[in-house]
Design a protein around this ligand. Structure first.
Ligand code: ADP
Length: 660
């Protein structure tokens, strides 16, 4: 980058002096000099060429002096800087120039070494200045973009919410449609709230967020907000109470005060809900205290002392892992702090992590300077934009019972998903075609899968405790469950997480948001594939003209099972219990596994396997009674009877038909 310098001086020899002194720099292209012989000429040049970095300006010039020229610079060259040149000791003028915004000065006779350093220093300052102006412009552009995008999101969301609310008011609350509408409403509001928070954050960053205080009934405003959280708190087993002695009409910015309250209470609920198995409590208190003081205390998990200094930082989360129990973005508390400070207030926190004998919990306290206008109370103003950030009522936790309209032998699907709403949605939708069971965590899911041996598992990837990858790994490496198909659901679209899932043996993968149709199709494909395999395995056992089961099943659990049967082929005492022992599982698990792979019971499988072997032995020329003993029948007559049931011919007839 070349530094462009305008030298303004009426001394004629300055041009050659500078060109001589800086000839190397000029040759390298580091410096470009232009010359003006007075203030007026400089002004003309600046009007046509606005890209000078540094001006070297003589103070005493006949037509327009340097101080006058300096007065024009903020407009003509806002991002350039002037270095003044004057007679030695001309302190009055130098001081005047510095007060008018000159960056530095040098005295005549010019010390060329000093001049060079001064130019370097000024050029560096100018480049830093430009950089920060550039960053500022980018930040403003970002805010504008944010503003526009947010607006673009808000409008359609509002257009979703308004008709949904109307439709809800027309519906019977017990209807399925009402529940669906409630879910749309909740989620649209959630999006709207996130968008508003992002917008506020961006505005705070560029100082565009302003406080609009209006008179209102503070006590009742808080009361309404706390009330709106009660259903959610109730659902989580938390006692939420509100106390205040504040009365009268106050001047406050409802949007911002509400935002602060919302975040503190929502956090308190979030971090108290699963803190322990006892009933939790949250106390919201509003007091008058040279303004107001708002406190929210909870009996939740608490925050480790080492994390406390950071919780008000943007995007900070005490537990940022994908396995954490609570969702969130790390924006909430930074907004609380910045909004409180914007209104001239502040936030503080105390928190303890409990021990076996002491309880844990957090206390957030916000003080806000605020004016009480009168002791009279106005009715609360409906126009306060409460709507945007009021929490919607929580969904009722209703995991679908097995739908009695589907057949008892319909495929069994286990849904493992920690989001209550999504789990409930999936189980309701799937229940039209499948038997469905659900689990809210990976650990519960794994217990359920082992107990029920479903046909398919649909699992979320990010879950507290056992996550989707680990669950898949367990399913695919445990003999009793390794035949179960797994579909993973994840919010991560990145291909590496896709690979991670497939590497654990997942059969399919869907990225959220997904369409239920697609999930349904993939489920159907997997189930059809399983059914085809089942038929194939069964036919290999029944049809003597097909290759032997043991020859066709190359790997996996079925091969182990067939090998065991082969080893005990002539052992007439082999029964279900012994086979289960050999396969190291309970008879019940063995039965379910055998059934889901071949649609046969364990007993049927043992018999079919033997008869299928018998067909081969007869074909190879063994006699009927020999064959009967070789495949573990105690008497040739019982063998004959079973053989005929399957192949519709006696062993003898069979032997003569295949040996001629
Ligand atoms: P988040 O979206 O993660 O809730 P916040 O900025 O609201 O982000 O909070 C930052 C972090 O502070 C949270 O991730 C949590 O670890 C901690 N925190 C906030 N409020 C509480 C609380 N009431 N109890 C325990 N921890 C809390």
């Amino acid at each position: 980058m070349s530094t462009k310098i305008l030298v303004v001086d009426d001394e004629e020899d300055i041009v050659s002096l500078i060109q001589q002194l800086f000839r190397h720099k000029i040759q390298e292209g580091a410096y470009q000099f232009r010359f003006a012989s007075g203030g007026r000429q400089a002004l003309e040049m600046l009007q046509t060429e606005a890209d000078f970095d540094v001006l070297l300006v003589d103070i005493n010039m006949p037509d327009m002096d340097g101080l006058t020229l300096l007065g024009y610079l903020p407009n003509l060259l806002p991002n350039g800087r002037a270095v003044m040149v004057s007679a030695y000791g001309d302190m009055n003028n130098v001081r005047a120039a510095m007060n008018r915004g000159a960056f530095d000065f040098v005295f005549k006779p010019i010390n060329m070494g000093d001049l060079e350093l001064t130019i370097q220093k000024t050029a560096l300052h100018v480049s830093q200045l430009r950089q920060s102006v550039h960053l500022q412009q980018i930040a403003e552009l970002k805010t504008r973009l944010f503003d526009n995008i947010t607006h673009e999101f808000r409008t359609p969301l509002t257009l979703i919410l308004s008709p949904v609310e109307r439709l809800m008011s027309e519906q019977d609350e017990s209807q399925r449609t009402y529940r669906d509408l409630l879910s749309i409403e909740r989620n649209a509001r959630h999006l709207l709230r996130l968008i508003n928070q992002l917008l506020d954050l961006a505005k705070l960053e560029t100082g565009h967020l302003e406080v609009y205080a209006k008179p209102g009934n503070l006590r009742e405003f808080f009361e309404q907000l706390v009330q709106a959280f009660i259903p959610l708190a109730d659902q989580q087993g938390i006692l939420l109470t509100y106390h205040t002695d504040v009365m009268g009409t106050w001047l406050f910015d409802a949007e911002k005060v509400g935002q602060i309250m919302y975040n503190l209470i929502a956090n308190a609920i979030k971090f108290t809900a699963r803190a322990n198995h006892q009933e939790g409590y949250i106390v919201v208190q509003l007091e008058a205290d040279a303004g107001i003081r708002l406190t929210v205390s909870d009996s939740g998990v608490g925050i480790p002392a080492s994390n406390l200094p950071y919780i008000f930082d943007r995007f900070y989360q005490v537990d940022p892992s994908t396995k954490r129990l609570q969702s969130g973005t790390g924006i909430g508390l930074s907004l609380v702090k910045e909004l409180a400070e914007l209104m001239g207030g502040n936030v503080s926190v105390q928190s303890t992590i409990g021990t076996a004998t002491t309880p844990s919990g957090s206390l957030f306290s916000v003080t806000l300077p605020m004016e009480c206008l009168s002791a009279d109370e106005e009715p609360v103003d409906d126009t306060l934009a409460l709507w945007d950030w009021f929490p919607a009522s929580p969904i009722k936790q209703e995991d679908s019972p097995l739908d009695d309209t589907v057949a008892a032998d319909a495929p069994l699907v286990v849904v493992v998903e920690d989001n209550d709403e999504l789990r409930s949605f999936l189980s309701h939708e799937l229940a039209h075609q499948y038997r469905v069971m659900t689990a809210a965590t990976g650990d519960l899911g794994w217990q359920l899968i082992q107990a029920e041996l479903p046909d398919i598992v649909i699992s979320d990837v990010m879950m507290p405790g056992l996550d989707g990858y680990e669950l898949t790994h367990y399913i695919k490496t445990t003999p009793a469950t390794d035949h179960i198909a797994v579909i993973l659901l994840t919010a991560k679209a990145a291909s590496d997480s896709r690979l991670a899932g497939l590497r654990q043996g997942a059969d399919d993968y869907l990225t959220k948001p997904f369409q239920f149709e697609e999930l349904s199709l993939r489920l159907r494909n997997l189930i059809t594939r399983q059914q085809r395999l089942r038929t194939l395995y069964q036919q290999q056992l029944v049809k003597h003209e097909l290759p032997q089961p043991l020859e066709t099943v190359q790997t996996g659990w079925l091969k182990t099972l067939y090998t065991a049967l082969e080893t005990h082929l002539d052992d007439s005492s082999l029964n279900v219990e012994r086979l289960a022992g050999i396969m190291m599982m309970s008879s019940k698990t063995l039965l379910r596994k055998v059934h889901s792979l071949t649609q046969l019971s364990t007993n049927e499988l043992i018999r079919q396997y033997r008869l299928r072997k018998a067909a081969d032995l007869l074909r190879a020329g063994h006699s009927v009674s020999e064959t009967a003993y070789m495949v573990g029948f105690e008497t040739p007559s019982y063998f004959g009877q079973c053989f005929k049931e399957v192949y519709q011919v006696t062993p003898k007839e069979f032997a003569s038909s295949v040996t001629v």
